[in-house]
Design a protein. Structure first.
Length: 279
């Protein structure tokens, strides 16, 4: 099992569950299997793929549908997990990558959903952002509601649901900073909207802020484009659900750790090499 470090943060490599072409796009796809125990399993979801069918994600590849299809096909990798079905615990935004958990039975769905509803699960993100403030710890508790006629969330003290997000600075690459955020609420688009409200412009964010994408020409001195149009180093939202921790009384439930996507990892390495660490 391999590993790499970004500052004091370590990311590990893990085995995979694979899907054939046309299940989740034109090419075959494989997801790292992060945890597998009698009650639930977890995969590492890439950005740009929906967890479940939703009005906002119509036309976007749907992981739950692909998994159910392969369960019906008695795929050996999934059959070995001992599934009685596929039960949702929480939704991870299609634009985000990271840990995604499914319960294996109705009983475990109830256990995990009760823990979720009781705020006994801690969700932790890593994300890359720009900011004009020097504050290294921030907090946002603005209530969020779904917009009535747009595919987005908004702050509403009248109809919004309560949620809290804590932000902590990890390290700097001069203009860009790596941050950590944690919450026990997990509302749709919560990280993205709360970050924007606290002057954290997530790299790749184009709905709640003007978070830029990073090109090699922006950070490497003397860079010369050979042919064609230059592409971003990481052409996704630079935000990742890195861990899920259970704090359920009288139960020891294994947490989930999700390594960064390869493209996000490459982006951080380029920033470290060409911008250098600071702070």
């Amino acid at each position: 099992m391999g590993a790499f470090f970004v500052s004091s943060v370590m990311y590990k490599s893990v085995p995979f569950i694979s899907f054939p072409e046309r299940y989740l796009g034109e090419r075959p796809v494989k997801f790292p299997l992060l945890v597998n125990n009698p009650g639930y399993f977890a995969i590492n979801k890439p950005a740009g793929i929906a967890c479940f069918r939703h009005d906002w994600t119509l036309g976007t590849p749907d992981i739950s549908m692909a998994l159910r299809r392969e369960i019906l096909n008695e795929k050996p990798q999934l059959k070995a997990l001992g599934l009685e079905g596929l039960f949702r615990v929480f939704k991870l935004d299609a634009e985000l990558s990271g840990a995604l958990i499914f319960a294996k039975t109705v009983e475990w769905e109830e256990i995990l959903r009760n823990a979720f509803g009781s705020r006994q699960i801690v969700f932790k993100y890593h994300f890359l952002a720009t900011t004009e403030s020097d504050e290294r710890e921030r907090f946002c508790d603005l209530p969020l509601a779904q917009h009535s006629n747009q595919e987005r969330m908004l702050v509403s003290h009248k109809t919004g649901k309560k949620c809290e997000t804590r932000f902590r600075y990890l390290r700097s690459f001069k203009r860009y900073q790596l941050w950590e955020a944690d919450t026990s609420d997990f509302r749709m688009h919560q990280l993205r909207l709360h970050a924007s409200e606290r002057d954290l412009q997530i790299v790749g964010e184009d709905l709640y802020s003007k978070g830029e994408r990073i090109f090699l020409s922006m950070i490497k001195r003397g860079y010369r484009q050979n042919k064609g149009t230059e592409e971003p180093i990481y052409d996704q939202l630079a935000a990742h659900l890195v861990s899920v921790e259970f704090k359920v009384p009288d139960q020891e439930l294994p947490g989930v750790f999700a390594p960064l996507p390869r493209g996000f990892e490459v982006l951080l390495k380029f920033l470290e090499r060409h911008r250098g660490p600071r702070g």
